[in-house]
Design a protein around this ligand. Structure first.
Ligand code: UDX
Length: 456
């Protein structure tokens, strides 16, 4: 493990007091958290984004999204004066390290990544780079992208270098994952030791705390991110495939997963069966990885990613089928109560939310779907205005023919089944995330149904 001997920046890198002057281009979940955490590490940071509303909120010390712990570090960093926010990319000119944190959404049905924002950010930053500056990519990109950008910098002989430093943060624990990541990965061009030394200064506190650091070439660093996400997605789909087998045999996937997880080679992470993965990363990343493999002529080796995606989609269809069965096979005019809209608990993000996907399937079959969520109602309303929204579980469950738990917010596991039993029209609950105490719900008169678990 490497520990920097001192916080001294390599020559030519602009210092600000004890830290560096750093720009962060793109202030979404990743960039905003990264900017604020860099400021908390003692650097002087400017966060830059084209979205004036987002920048306005951040400048006022208001988080534009729900992320536990973020409000505190944002307020602290804003109060200390070490972070500034602007829509003006020219502000990057005073900095010597520039992080690219823009999104790379799915382009179209091909599954390829849309690199428009990466190129726009890079093009707008380019005139403000000085000799000795370092551009550091954090966005998730198809392997080969960083090499192209590095080549461009060297062709244009602007004297700035490029490194790739993927981010592994999970929404809901983004701050912790940024200040204490499992590892730091630096992708650098062959023979480029200076970039790694600069990143060592950026992350001096993390390295001193023992965070492991891996230096690789650019291609490996790009791949570490997508390969890690593809592996996590594969684990989730694997246990969901086992859930299907459990349903066919009477085995219990919750006990199966628990027993498998005790093997330290397997571990418990991403081994919870249920409704599968959603969000802005896993699905998009496996598709982009497969698409890139196709472009490179090696798709045959990555065919399993297609199955991972298919199994994941199957989880959503199974949840809809369980709701349909609970309503006697026909959802038309039935009232469905949905607990959860966020793609996972601890977040208000509804991008590719499995919960909203299922809610929409049921609505498309004529059901009146009422959704509740502790944090994501505003985002859900914007994305799915056709659904009905309620402030809490009891209001959502009023006269429901079936109750579906689709996002595993901890508060839902504390719901009182006796109270809800008085609210609904029919007492069937579909617990797609295995969050509820099945015996307690059954004791309160509910027909408790969960994928991969024996029916009583
Ligand atoms: C993921 C990666 O974990 C993170 O390292 C990467 O940087 C970005 O993508 P995130 O999308 O925030 O992070 O969420 P994660 O906690 O991995 O969950 C993704 C989805 O999988 C959620 O919808 C979650 O509900 C689901 N999931 C997760 C399961 O279905 N089962 C599990 O065991 C774990």
């Amino acid at each position: 493990m490497h520990r920097p001997s001192s916080g001294t920046a390599p020559t030519g890198v602009t210092r600000a007091g004890a830290g560096l002057r750093i720009s962060v281009v793109g202030c979404g979940y990743l960039g905003a958290v990264h900017a604020v955490c860099l400021a908390s590490l003692g650097h002087e940071v400017v966060g830059i984004d084209v979205d004036a509303e987002r920048i306005g909120l951040l400048a006022r010390g208001t988080a534009p999204f729900h992320e536990p712990g973020f409000d505190e570090v944002l307020r602290e960093a804003t109060g200390s004066g070490r972070v500034g926010w602007t829509t003006d990319i020219a502000a990057a000119a005073t900095c010597s390290v520039h992080f690219l944190c823009v999104g790379t959404p799915q382009l179209d049905a091909s599954g390829g990544a849309d690199l428009r924002f990466v190129h726009q950010a890079f093009d707008s930053l380019r005139p403000h780079l000085s000799p000795g500056d370092l551009v550091v990519g954090k966005s998730t990109v198809p392997v080969g992208t960083a090499g192209e950008l590095a080549e461009r910098l060297s062709r244009e002989a602007c004297g700035a270098g490029l490194a790739w430093n993927p981010e592994f943060l999970r929404e809901g624990c983004a701050v912790q994952d940024t200040v204490r990541p499992d590892r730091l990965v630096y992708g650098v061009c062959e023979g480029d030791e200076r970039s790694a030394r600069i990143l060592d200064v950026v992350y001096a506190d993390l390295l001193a705390a023992g965070v492991p650091r891996i230096v690789s070439n650019l291609e490996t660093a790009e791949l570490v991110k997508v390969a890690s996400n593809a592996f996590l997605a594969t684990k989730i789909s694997f246990i969901n495939a086992m859930a299907t087998l459990c349903d066919a045999t009477g085995a219990d996937v919750v006990a199966l997963s628990d027993a498998m997880a005790r093997d330290p080679r397997i571990g418990s992470g991403s081994l919870a069966a249920g409704l599968g993965f959603g969000g802005s990363c896993l699905g998009k990343d496996i598709r982009a990885l497969y698409h890139r493999a196709e472009e490179l002529g090696v798709a045959d080796s990555l065919g399993l990613l297609r199955d991972v995606d298919r199994i994941n989609q199957g989880c959503r269809e199974l949840a809809a089928e369980l709701a349909r069965q609970a309503c006697g096979g026909d959802l038309d005019g039935r009232r469905v109560a949905v607990l959860g809209a966020a793609f996972k608990p601890g977040s208000d993000d509804v991008r590719d939310s499995p919960a909203l996907a299922v809610a929409q399937m049921l609505h498309a079959e004529g059901a009146v779907v009422t959704v509740t969520d502790p944090k994501a109602l505003d985002n859900a309303r914007k994305q799915c205005p056709q659904l009905v929204y309620a402030d809490d579980a009891e209001a959502a469950a009023l006269d429901a023919d079936v109750l579906l738990l689709l996002t595993d917010w901890p508060e839902y596991s504390l719901l009182d089944p006796t109270v809800l039993a008085r609210t609904v029209r029919r007492k069937t609950v579909v617990d797609t995330r295995h969050s509820l105490d099945a015996p307690a719900w059954r004791a309160a008169g509910w027909n408790y149904v969960a994928p991969g678990r024996p029916h009583a």
